[in-house]
Design a protein around this ligand. Structure first.
Ligand SMILES: [Zn+2]
Length: 410
């Protein structure tokens, strides 16, 4: 197999604080990134074969010079709702004129999605995947949740599974309109027939629930507990939408039941923060939602200072955040959630990766290929937040396809 030397890396984000060639720093946030300046790495057969200073790099079959650009693991977007039809621009526009968000608009996306054919949904999904890949995202989690019937949830999970292994069953997104008068019957369906069909399909790795007593459409603590326990009983990992619209039981429930992640975390009590700090559950912040709903942003500083593992994700969905741009999320997290640029980059790669059971460090032996890396048209990770709104991040692979043969004989 071909060994490819990537050199001329102005700043390499290894996510490895033990990296011996990392530039020394007394800042813990920067140290966590394991930054190597004037770096190079060798990828061989889908594995990182060498990492260090460019001046000490070994030879390789092919060579790619990044001319001083920064290189990092591709972003991990651990929370999206990408399989849907229709858009809700009108709802966004109404919110910007002062209308409140209560989770009720999801029903209109359910109707549009149920009407769409598989091929229509597949084409929409492909377009959205292309968008996020172009901005440096490598790993994406996708939830169902706009089907809300056995047949339609299975359909969305199958379509999601065609593009990623990180698929989450979100039958408990909201109570669909046809069950509005009998919520218990819908919970019974989700935990019974629907979950059985999902398990049999083998398409989902996780189960998620929108635990939000502040919304009449979402699920309260007891409903959420029943749904999560049912998912755990059939071997699915757990994820929770919690504490988005107000204080609630979502975070505590996620920590108690060993969820991989609890997402949003906008309204937290001291007890919630303590529970997160004492658990292995990742607190995943989705500040694109607060941007799009004009709600208060989550306080990442408070979580980080308490020792909580924080992730960042887009929550790309047609209602409350119709962007999959992780650079935008990083910029928001820095500007609005109290994170340093280093903390935000760490959260958008290592933190969100951890919530999917992934190790994203660029270390020798790691199963990472060129396609797993993102390059910045900038010398440092700081530029992601410093120069918001610009397409600085992109996948390394298209450039790698043009890698020139090595000029040296070795
Ligand atoms: Zn969501």
């Amino acid at each position: 197999m071909t060994a490819i030397l990537v050199t001329g890396i102005g700043e390499l984000v290894t996510l490895d604080p033990e990296q011996p060639e990392a530039t020394p720093t007394d800042r813990a946030d920067v140290g966590a990134l394991g930054l190597v300046h004037d770096a190079a790495l060798v990828v061989h057969d889908g594995t990182i074969a060498w990492v260090g200073r460019a001046s000490a790099a070994p030879g390789a079959d092919q060579r790619l010079d990044l001319a001083g650009r920064a290189l990092l693991p591709g972003f991990v977007d651990s929370h999206t709702h990408l399989v849907f039809a229709g858009d809700r621009a009108g709802e966004f526009e109404a919110r910007m004129r002062g209308a409140a968000y209560d989770g009720g608009g999801i029903g209109s996306t359910v109707a549009a999605t149920r009407e769409a054919t598989d091929d229509e949904l597949r084409a929409l999904l492909a377009q959205r995947i292309a968008e996020l890949r172009a901005l440096g995202t490598r790993v994406v989690e996708i939830k169902s949740g706009y089907g809300l019937s056995v047949e339609d949830e299975l359909r969305l999970l199958r379509l999601a599974r065609e593009v990623t292994p990180h698929v989450t069953f979100l039958g408990a997104h909201v109570v669909p309109r046809e069950y509005a008068a009998d919520r218990a019957a819908y919970v019974e369906l989700v935990t019974g027939l629907m979950l059985a069909a999902v398990t049999e399909s083998g398409c989902a790795a996780y189960l998620d629930v929108f635990c939000e007593p502040a919304s009449a459409h979402a699920f309260d603590g007891e409903e959420s507990r029943a749904i999560l326990l049912a998912g755990r009983a059939v071997g699915l990992g757990l994820r929770v939408h919690g504490n988005q619209l107000g204080p609630g039981p979502g975070v505590q429930l996620a920590c108690e039941l060993g969820a991989a992640s609890v997402d949003h975390c906008t309204y937290l009590t001291d007890g919630d923060v303590d529970a997160l700090a004492g658990s292995s559950t990742v607190a995943t912040l989705l500040p694109g939602v607060e941007f799009s709903t004009r709600h208060p942003y989550p306080d990442a500083r408070r979580l980080l200072d308490a020792g909580v593992t924080v992730g960042l994700a887009s929550d790309c969905n047609p209602g409350t955040c119709y962007t999959s741009s992780m650079p935008f999320v990083v910029a928001l997290a820095v500007r609005e959630c109290g994170m340093t640029p280093a903390e935000a980059v760490y959260a958008a790669t290592a933190g969100s990766g951890r919530s999917l059971g992934l190790d994203r460090r660029i270390v020798v032996g790691a199963p990472l290929d060129l396609a797993d890396l993102a390059v910045l048209d900038a010398p440092s990770h700081v530029h992601l937040a410093y120069r918001p709104g610009l397409p600085l991040a992109r996948p390394l692979l298209p450039a790698a396809a043009a890698a020139a043969p090595a000029t040296s004989p070795d």
